[in-house]
Design a protein. Sequence first.
Length: 334
Amino acid sequence: MISDFIQKYNLPNFRIKQFNQAFYHDLIENWEDFFTWPKDLREKLKQEIPFSTLEIARSLTSAKKDTMKILFKVKRLDKYIESVLMHFADGRNTLCISCMVGCPVGCKFCATGKLGFGGNLTSQEMIDQIMYFLRLLKKENQKLSNIVFMGMGEPLLNLDNVWETMQIISHPEKLAMSMRKITVSTSGYIPQFKELVERGYRGRVAVSLHFPTQEMREKYMPVAKIYQLSNLVKALEEFVELTNKRVSFEYVMIKDLNDRQEDARALVKLFHTRLIHFNLIPYNPIKGENFQRSSREQIEKFGEILQQNGIPYSVRLTMGDDIGAACGQLAGEK
Ligand code: SAH
Ligand code: SF4
């Protein structure tokens, strides 16, 4: 990692500043282009530190050209991860990054969960996903608007590395993006969530809720057996109280399983606060499971019940369906 290199050669502050400028701002494409360092130092860097920890294995663009998915090989692990860039009609570019190879949590409806756990990513491996897309966007005179930890893996089970990544994203001399542009998504690890907030996280929070009762949740999401739904709701309401920030809930809509009107009514009863938002996600069928996507009509009916009870909702666009943009689907093929 670059920080090891800086330490090893005991580089003075101005060299670090030059590095940050070239790497994070000028978005150089390789070490050859790093002209602000003298040749001998640049040569050492070239020999000791690979320019990226990742290699591109496959690149897919949706037919509508609004979604791009990259399958990266993590060199250190010789395993694959995915990142997805979404370009929205209002001009925003949102990047979804992975924090693990696969995922140890094992939710039954999730392609990544089916892969099992293949290792935690380092902060450099997470940053290199971002750097790849920043360089790409620069060529089109575009910028990143948001970064979401919603790719492969459970961010709160790789907390130290995810936190370090967030520091690099928000560091004024590094990526210099406000923490408010970051979203972390969790399936519900309560103590780790509290730890993140204690460390000072004030970005956005999304929670994969998916089911309105403890019984249903623990049937499909193993984490729910450890951390009860009622305690999860409590912890999140405390966060809302503390920060006055809206929490988002992800709710994957699976036909006849969790998309009934009584499920929506149960959700309404779960919360005291209304500083929340529901993201209804049309389920993306995965291999080996018989779950089906709820109909558009059913999803709207469900959302209406939330809305009538003061809970705003949106239906997540099914962008990039044609390229399997639900994370884990591509890496699974590998
Ligand atoms: N592990 C974290 C971060 C992953 S985010 C979490 O679970 O929150 C990825 C989101 O996509 C999660 O909300 C996840 O539940 C959802 N998801 C998983 N499988 C899906 C599928 N087949 N179709 C649609 N969404 C899915
Ligand atoms: Fe892991 Fe999230 Fe998939 Fe569950 S939904 S298996 S926590 S990536």
